[in-house]
Design a protein around this ligand. Structure first.
Ligand code: 8YV
Length: 317
């Protein structure tokens, strides 16, 4: 086939929703790296033809991978977080990057709200109590009331704003820390993660991952949160110093944690598995049928716009 009529080759680092993948299949030649038994051979053979990558924030796209793809034009990320994608390498090569903002903010904030309630109200622990037939022995120990507690949100982006709305419905007091104070947000601003943690009963992490936020929640922040404080993480495992978190939980330096994300997913530190005051989720914050379909729709829309020469719906700035 001549140039112009041939289907552009798209490297699928990781697939997303079946319907979206089927739509892509109609328009593109999909090369499935995730299924390849010999990825190196696949890249040797197909690399020179690849014009686009479909990936996720976690699986990403490295500079080494891009080195194998001389005709690469665009990386479409299934996810709002794109910390796994070497954006600098993309910039240097003139490769465009898109993500899936907004469509998942409410679900991710819902997960934050759910984790707040599950930890403070000891819901996962109480569920295990009922299943173990222990209710018959007596009432489950009491939890903590969310109303009137202080929620500190670390990262006041789209997800942080949605979480703030939900927390206000619970009757929580909300303050935040962000890289820069937001003139359009009428909530009290704390000048550092430590100051926010010192103020808060519950510290919820909702900032982007990547080098700029690595270990932002460290031993000092956890100490400031204190023995009556909870940590909620709906952002990235990399934002929290995980060994410091485990140590703080073991020593009772914080009261509990609700975690959707981890430093080395899908591996979760062994020590957390037996802690009743910790609620664990398998990176599920955006994991609803509706939201994942909307995210996948944006991946398709961005690729279609790119190859038609139209404005990208959701480019990464
Ligand atoms: C994942 C997420 O991308 O949007 C993000 O940044 O972390 C999630 O939505 C999703 O699990 C797909 O890998």
């Amino acid at each position: 086939m001549s140039e112009g009529t041939e289907k552009p080759s798209v490297l699928v680092v990781w697939p997303n929703r079946p319907k979206a993948m089927a739509e892509l299949e109609d328009t593109y030649r999909l090369i499935h790296l995730w299924q390849a038994s010999e990825p190196e051979t696949l890249l040797d053979e197909e690399g020179p033809e690849i014009r686009a990558i479909v990936t996720t924030g976690e699986r990403g796209a490295s500079a080494q991978l891009m080195d194998r793809l001389p005709r690469l034009e665009i990386v479409a990320c299934f996810g709002v977080g794109y910390d796994g994608i070497d954006v600098e390498a993309c910039k240097a090569r003139g490769v465009r990057v898109t993500n899936t903002p907004d469509v998942l903010s409410r679900d991710v904030a819902d997960m934050g709200l759910g984790l707040i309630l599950m930890t403070l109200r000891r819901m996962a622990e109480a569920d295990r109590y009922v299943r173990a037939g222990r209710w018959i022995e007596g009432a489950h120990p009491l939890g903590t009331c969310a109303a009137g507690k202080k929620l500190g949100i670390l990262g006041m982006g789209r997800i942080g704003l949605e979480l703030a709305k939900r927390a206000e419905v619970l009757g929580m007091e909300v303050a935040y820390h962000n890289r820069t104070e937001r003139a359009d947000v009428a909530l009290p601003y704390k000048s550092s993660p430590v100051e926010l943690a010192r103020w808060a009963d519950v510290l919820a992490v909702a900032c982007p991952g990547g080098a700029a936020t690595r270990n932002l929640v460290d031993a000092e922040v956890l100490a400031a949160l204190g023995p009556e404080g909870w940590l909620i993480n709906i952002a990235r495992g990399s934002v929290v110093d995980e060994p410091a978190l485990v140590a703080a939980l073991q020593a009772g330096q914080i009261k509990g944690a609700g975690l959707d994300v981890f430093a080395d997913e899908p591996r979760v530190p062994e020590a957390l598995l037996t802690m009743d005051n910790v609620v664990l989720q398998p990176h599920n914050a955006s994991a609803t049928e509706e939201t994942r379909d909307a995210m996948a729709g944006l991946v398709v829309a961005n690729l279609q716009a790119h190859f038609k020469g139209e404005k990208l719906p959701t480019p990464v700035a």
